[in-house]
Design a protein around this ligand. Structure first.
Ligand SMILES: CC(C)(COP(=O)(O)OP(=O)(O)OC[C@H]1O[C@@H](n2cnc3c(N)ncnc32)[C@H](O)[C@@H]1OP(=O)(O)O)[C@@H](O)C(=O)NCCC(=O)NCCS
Length: 172
C-alpha cells in the first residue's frame, strides 16, 4: 500500500533509505537530483517494511504564454527492478496525481523507461520548445525538448514555448 509523507515528516533514517534506493534505481543519481525531490510530498510503497517504490511531488514555477503556473513537479519515480510491472509505479503516480487540485498543472521530465507509464496514465507530451530562466536570463534547453509531460492544465497550448525556474543540476 502506498503512503504519502512530506519531506519534513520523514526521519533521517527514512531519508537515507530513500536516497540509497534512488541511487540504486538510477545508478547516476546526483546530490542535485536528490535535492530536486525534497520539500514536497513523497509517495512510498513498502513490502514487509522494505521500500520498493518511490516518487515525490515538489512545487515549482513553469512559464507559458506570460503565465507563471503553480506546478506540481514529479521527481524520483522509481520501482525496484525486481518489482516492476506489478502496478507499483502506477500506485505511486496515483498518489502524486491526487495532489493535482492545489496546482495549475502537474509536470515531469520523462526517462525513456518512464514514458509508457506516464502515457498510460493520460500524461501529455509538451510539444513546444523548452527553456530555463537562468541566472543571466532565458536559455533554451533543446536537450529537454520532447521529454516534458504534463497532466491537467486544461486550455494550455502544448505547442507554446515553456520555461522553468532555475535550479542547480538538471533544470528540467
Ligand atoms: C518507470 C517505472 C517507474 C515503471 O514502474 P512499474 O512499477 O514497472 O510500472 P507499473 O507496473 O505500475 O506499470 C503501470 C502501467 O504503465 C505502463 N508501463 C509501465 N512500464 C512499462 C513498460 N516498460 N513497457 C510498457 N508499458 C509500461 C503499462 O501500461 C503498465 O500497465 P501494465 O503492466 O498493466 O501493462 C520503472 O520501470 C522504473 O523504476 N524504471 C527506472 C527508473 C525510471 O526510469 N523512472 C522514471 C523516471 S522519469
Amino acid at each position: 500500500m502506498v503512503t504519502t509523507r512530506h519531506t519534513a515528516q520523514l526521519s533521517a533514517v527514512e531519508l537515507t533509505e530513500i536516497r540509497a534506493f534512488l541511487d540504486a534505481a538510477f545508478g547516476d543519481f546526483s546530490d542535485q537530483d536528490w535535492e530536486h525531490g525534497l520539500g514536497g510530498q513523497h509517495a512510498l510503497v513498502r513490502e514487509d517494511g522494505v521500500l520498493v517504490a518511490h516518487g515525490s511531488l515538489v512545487m515549482r514555477r513553469l512559464l507559458v504564454g506570460g503565465r507563471s503556473l503553480r506546478t506540481g513537479y514529479v521527481e524520483g519515480v522509481a520501482v525496484r527492478p525486481d518489482r516492476r510491472r506489478r502496478g507499483y509505479g502506477a500506485e505511486v503516480m496515483a498518489a502524486l496525481e491526487a495532489l493535482a487540485p492545489v496546482y495549475d498543472v502537474l509536470a515531469l521530465s520523462a526517462s525513456d523507461e518512464g514514458i509508457p507509464l506516464y502515457e498510460a496514465r493520460g500524461w501529455r507530451l509538451w510539444r513546444g520548445p523548452t527553456s530555463v530562466l537562468g541566472p543571466s536570463g532565458p536559455e533554451p534547453t533543446p536537450d529537454d525538448d520532447g521529454s516534458i509531460y504534463v497532466l491537467g492544465g486544461e486550455g494550455l497550448d502544448q505547442d507554446a514555448p515553456i520555461a522553468c525556474d532555475h535550479r542547480a543540476g538538471d533544470v528540467w
